[in-house]
Design a protein around this ligand. Structure first.
Ligand code: DQA
Length: 143
C-alpha cells in the first residue's frame, strides 16, 4: 500500500511556531515518526509539505494512479480552500484529515473544514499521533 501524506502551510515551522498550541517537536521529527510507523506497517509513504495552495492541488492530482490513500493536514487552507476540496474529490482516493491542535476549541474561522468534506475520517487534537492513527485507518480499511 502507498500513502501520500500532505502538510500545508507553516507546518514546516513546527517546533518554532506557537509551541503552546503545536508542541515543541519539529517538522523533521514528525516526518521521522511517520516514516518509522510506515516501515513498521510495511507500507510505502511519501511526505509532502508546501506553503502554496496550487502546489498542494498539483500534488493531490499527481496522486491519482500512484497512491492508494491520502492523509492531509491542509493547515490554514483547511478553512479557505475550495480548490483543495475539489482536488480531493477529483482524484476520489480515500482521504483522512489530520489536525495537530483541537481546532474545534479554537477561533470561529477554524470551525469550517472544506478539505474535511472530501475526507472519510478526521483525527483532530491528537498531536502528531493523529497522523499515525490516520495511516492505521487507511491500512485497516484498504490494505
Ligand atoms: C492546523 C490547524 C489550522 O487551523 C492551522 O491553520 C494550522 C495547523 C493543525 O494541525 O492543528 O496551520 O491544521
Amino acid at each position: 500500500m502507498k500513502i501520500l501524506v500532505i502538510n500545508g502551510p507553516n507546518l514546516n515551522m513546527l517546533g518554532i511556531r506557537e509551541p503552546d498550541i503545536y508542541g515543541s517537536r519539529n517538522y523533521s521529527g514528525l516526518c521521522s515518526l511517520i516514516e518509522s510507523h510506515a516501515a513498521e506497517n510495511n507500507i510505502e509513504v511519501k511526505i509532502f509539505q508546501s506553503n502554496h495552495e496550487g502546489a498542494i492541488v498539483d500534488e493531490i492530482q499527481s496522486a491519482l494512479n500512484n497512491f492508494d490513500g491520502i492523509v492531509i493536514n491542509p493547515a490554514a487552507y483547511t478553512h479557505t480552500s475550495v480548490a483543495i476540496l475539489d482536488a480531493l474529490k477529483a482524484v476520489s482516493l480515500p482521504a483522512v484529515e489530520v489536525h495537530i491542535s483541537d481546532v474545534s476549541k479554537r477561533e470561529d474561522f477554524r470551525q469550517i473544514s472544506y478539505a474535511g468534506m472530501a475526507c472519510e475520517k478526521s483525527y483532530i487534537g491528537l498531536g502528531f499521533d493523529g497522523y499515525l492513527r490516520a495511516i492505521d485507518y487507511l491500512v485497516e480499511k484498504y490494505a
